[in-house]
Write a protein that binds this ligand. Structure first.
Ligand SMILES: [Zn+2]
Length: 369
């Protein structure tokens, strides 16, 4: 017989006298039909739990039926228990599959919300080239437009190309292990981009006009001006009649194109084994516009108060280097220079510390874009 709880829900109540093993199958079938009908109305997890408790819970209908079989003759009880257990196993599977279905439906709903095509899209963020890449392309671009070819070379070099061919003898202090990263087999991480001068001249007869750029490595500590890995642009022009005037004109032109028309360029006599004469190249400090003092501070942080920023080294290619490359120094002459890309970026963006170029904080990079 079927009764109703005060909340109106139907439930089965088994009078002990109603239970007989011959009727058990029929009773289970009726119970199963009501369970499935109740599941049909379930729309969420809470309602499903409710149904589970009502039919299969400790105080649910199936428990009432189990209790009622205590009234059967003892010989029939095990059989009745088996029949009930088999039915319960089937119902539990039905409830579990309903739970799966609810979960799938909830996920589908979430996905429908997630792909709402009418939802306003977040604003697109455009990327930009890294300041070092831009400085490198700006500098290379200046020379390319003047007929220089861009060549690239290996970062792992032999001692021959990195030192010997560039007139840097075996006893030169620059070759000490303290300054360079050696592999222990006669190779090292190139300490400058100058090996490409030799590789180019050995591969091509004069005249040559090239720029090469990329990474170079030295055992420097990291500070505001130095890093063990840095970038250079190297230039080489060899032809009959090339002199210092061509070098000064080209580098001054580059600084004015990259930094502005009023940029001053200074050449300081210096020494490099592979050029003669040699000069260091300085340009007007962007922090103080060359005055040496910035924002009331008498010692400009960017240039240390000198008013100048050193860009790199330059000079006329040493006759020994030309000869080593198979060129005749009596017929051709040439200039060469190596300029730090970090230095160019410092001047372009008025930076007083190159470390911001390697830390790659997206906020800082966005400011420099
Ligand atoms: Zn300054």
């Amino acid at each position: 017989m079927t009764n109703a709880w005060p909340n109106g829900r139907a439930f089965a109540f088994y009078d002990r006298s109603e239970v007989a093993i011959s009727q058990l199958g029929e009773q289970l079938q009726a119970l199963g039909a009501r369970l499935e009908a109740a599941l049909g109305d379930v729309r969420d997890g809470a309602a499903l739990d409710d149904v589970r408790v009502r039919f299969l819970g400790r105080s649910g209908e199936i428990t009432a039926l189990r209790r009622a079989i205590g009234n059967l003759p003892p010989a029939e009880r095990p059989e009745a228990g088996k029949i009930i257990n088999a039915a319960v196993t089937g119902w539990e599977a039905i409830v579990a599959s309903k739970a799966d279905e609810l979960q799938r439906r909830a996920l589908d709903t979430q996905l429908e919300i997630a792909i709402d095509v009418t939802f306003p899209a977040p604003p697109a963020r455009s990327g930009s080239l890294h300041p070092l890449r831009r400085a490198l392309e700006d500098a290379c671009g200046y020379f390319e437009r003047r007929g220089f070819a861009v060549v690239l070379g290996p970062e792992i070099e032999t001692e021959y190309y990195n030192f010997d061919a560039l007139n840097i003898p075996a006893d030169h202090p620059a070759r000490e292990g303290l300054d360079s990263f050696y592999f222990g087999d006669g190779r090292l991480l190139r300490t400058h981009t100058s090996p490409m001068q030799i590789r180019t001249m050995q591969a091509h007869p004069p005249p040559v006009a090239i720029v090469t750029s990329g990474k170079a490595y030295r055992r420097d500590g990291i500070d505001a001006r130095h890093s063990p890995m840095f970038h250079q642009i190297e230039g080489l022009l060899v032809a009959p009649g090339i002199h210092m005037g061509h070098l000064k004109g080209m580098l001054t032109g580059m600084c004015r194109e990259l930094f502005g028309p009023n940029q001053a360029v200074r050449f300081r006599p210096s020494f490099f084994p592979f050029t003669e004469p040699s000069a260091e190249v300085d340009t007007t400090c962007p922090g103080c516009a060359g005055t040496g003092s910035a924002a009331g501070d008498p010692g400009c942080k960017t240039c240390g108060g000198s008013g100048w920023i050193e860009l790199g080294g330059s000079g006329m290619v040493h006759p020994g280097v030309l000869r080593e490359s198979g060129y005749d120094p009596d017929v051709v002459s040439g200039f060469a220079f190596g300029v730090g890309i970090e230095r160019i970026a410092m001047v372009q963006h008025d930076l007083d510390d190159i470390r911001v170029l390697f830390e790659n904080d997206p906020k800082v990079l966005a400011q420099l874009a």
